[in-house]
Structure formats: C-alpha cells, structure tokens
Design a protein around this ligand. Structure first.
Ligand code: AMP
Length: 113
C-alpha cells in the first residue's frame, strides 16, 4: 500500500489533533468537520479500505468498533453517534487508508447523501 496522509499522521510526519491512541489504532479530529464531533479512527495496520480487510483483521476491527463507542462517549456524544466508512472511490473514499468517521454532537439525518 502506498503512503497516505494518514500513514504520515501515524508516523508523526504530519500533525493531527489526536484524541486517542493505542498499539493498534489512532483517532484524530477531521480537518473538515461535518458535525460538532467528527473524529477519524484508523488502524495502524495499512489496510486500504474495509473491502480489502480479511478474516485476519477480525480482532482489530472488533477492537476499533468498541473503541469508537468509547471515543464518542469521551467526546460528549453519549450513546448517540454515527460510525461511517466510505469503502472505495464510488462511495466517497478520498484517503486510501481505512478510516471510520465518528460523527456526533448534533441531530443526524437519515439517509446520508
Ligand atoms: P473519506 O472521504 O471517507 O476518505 O474521508 C477522508 C477524510 O479525511 C475527510 O473527511 C477529510 O476531511 C479528512 N482529512 C483529510 N486530510 C486530513 C488531515 N490532514 N487531518 C485530518 N483529517 C483529514
């Protein structure tokens, strides 16, 4: 996988407003927030998008789902937040390192665009 903005953030070659980190994942504020809380949660492992993850990534992905809830609560969303991943260009993915958008802090409409 080629280097992305997000791998540079993991390697501290680029600044980000980091809100959570552990051995497996990193969370930081989106530079162009779409809600009062808009955090990106990424694995440190270079997975291009959700569609390219495989069964070897099951524990990592489960860990990230649980962390997403913790981060949303820490950011003041309570239990009301949205977790989104855009997998592939056609779905709106623009950075090709897997990331989950954690959105909250306002009423969220459905369906998304
Ligand atoms: P996606 O379109 O789903 O691939 O989401 C990529 C997200 O990365 C967008 O919401 C961007 O605003 C965000 N983004 C791009 N560059 C940075 C950066 N340097 N720091 C934080 N967020 C970024």
């Amino acid at each position: 996988m080629t280097e992305t903005i997000f791998s540079k953030i993991i390697n501290r070659e680029m600044d980000a407003d980091i809100v959570y980190e552990d051995d497996d994942c990193l969370a930081f504020r989106d530079i162009n927030p779409q809600a009062p809380v808009h955090i990106l949660l990424i694995p440190k492992k270079p997975i291009e998008r959700l569609a390219t993850a495989d069964s070897a990534d099951a524990d990592l992905l489960g860990h990230m789902m649980l962390k997403a809830g913790d981060i949303a609560r820490d950011q003041g969303c309570g239990d009301a937040f949205r977790l989104v991943t855009n997998s592939g260009e056609g779905a709106g993915q623009s950075v090709f390192h897997l990331h989950f958008h954690i959105l909250g802090g306002r009423a969220l409409g459905w369906p998304p665009g």
